[in-house]
Design a binder for this molecule. Structure first.
Ligand code: ADP
Ligand code: MG
Length: 315
């Protein structure tokens, strides 16, 4: 028996464990009411996931739920915000109880980890699409943005790059071998704690959803600076190196999307403090901000330039 809209809301979405004291009215009324703490600003981010566009259709519903929140957490992490509340607009071809239970268990698992409460949403019928809006807060004036990078700053990334794109390749080819890479695609690790720790350290930050070159490019554009990258320093996982050639691993690290790692810049005189962040996750310096516009990718003494056709050397 398919569930009614009321049953979906009651039996699935009102069953989460997180109960925040700052939620005045949660699911069940015409709008949610939240109590934003004094001295803080709200950070709000929305992402829509559409089957076969943003994730393979045969991805497990548990992973789809997990991923929907993870990509939004990553956006808030890039702003240095602390996540708190979410709303969910869900469009489903049918009210499948088994699917909904699995989806919500993945969603709620990550939500519990970060104390994020589902405070409302909308449920409609149609092609599978998941829109999640996440709200978090920031001490007034202490947000991270894309626009503050300064000439001389070091450029850093968290984690390893290219794994999700390599995982997607394995998925398409139906390869069993790299479970870990596929997991990096299905369950990205949002760098929430690192983002919060970067508030007092980074001059700019962004999360890598479209590939390092594209997303670092946004920082450079917004900050009106250029940069030089050392390709030999790109952090590559053991799994990606075992799956593809080094050159292809580097290409995936530069242009592959869906990693949801952070890219950020730190002034040279604060670089010692970055090392301490290594307790939270792997952090690698990959280059430096320069005054000359554009992005210069170096491998030893050889320089590779970017063009509209993509990354020339690797294409
Ligand atoms: P309305 O018709 O007034 O918009 P709904 O019947 O759509 O109300 O929703 C009733 C309550 O259930 C609201 O509080 C709404 O926020 C919540 N809700 C609906 N769908 C979802 C969902 N997918 N996830 C979480 N809360 C939901
Ligand atoms: Mg409604």
């Amino acid at each position: 028996m398919p569930l009614s809209e009321f049953e979906i809301i009651h039996q699935i979405f009102q069953q989460q464990k997180v109960e925040r004291s700052d939620v005045v009215i949660g699911i069940g009324d015409d709008a949610a009411v939240i109590d934003v703490p004094a001295g803080f600003e709200l950070a709000v981010s929305t992402d829509t996931l559409i089957a076969n566009v943003h994730f393979p259709e045969d991805m497990k519903p548990k992973d789809i739920g997990y991923r929907a929140l993870a990509v939004n957490l990553s956006d808030l992490a890039a702003m240095g915000a602390e996540p708190a509340w979410m709303t969910l607009a869900l469009t489903l071809p049918e009210a499948n109880n088994v699917w909904l239970k699995a989806f919500s268990s993945g969603l709620f698992r990550l939500a519990e980890q970060y104390d994020v409460q589902l405070i409302g949403g909308d449920t409609t019928r149609g092609a599978l699409s998941i829109t999640l809006q996440l709200h978090g807060f920031l001490p007034k004036g202490r947000r991270l943005t894309r626009s503050g990078a300064q000439v001389g700053d070091g450029i850093y990334v968290t984690g390893t790059l290219g794994d999700a794109a390599a995982g997607l390749k394995c998925w398409m080819r139906n390869e069993q071998s790299s479970v870990w890479l596929k997991q990096r695609l299905a369950r990205p690790t949002p760098r929430v704690e690192t983002g919060i720790a970067l508030r007092d350290l980074a001059t700019s930050a962004i999360d890598i959803s479209d590939g390092l070159l594209a997303d670092l490019g946004h920082i450079l554009d917004a900050s009106h600076v250029g940069a030089r990258l050392n390709l030999a320093n790109l952090p590559l996982s053991l799994a990606i190196c075992e799956t593809v050639e080094l050159e292809q691993a580097r290409e995936l690290a530069l242009t592959g999307g869906d990693d949801y790692e952070l890219c950020f810049t730190v002034p040279e005189d604060k670089e010692d403090e970055v090392i301490r962040l290594g307790d939270l996750c792997q952090i690698t310096m990959i280059g430096r901000v320069e005054a000359e516009p554009g992005l210069r990718c170096m491998l030893g003494a050889v320089e590779y330039t970017l063009s509209d056709q993509g990354y020339q050397h690797f294409s």
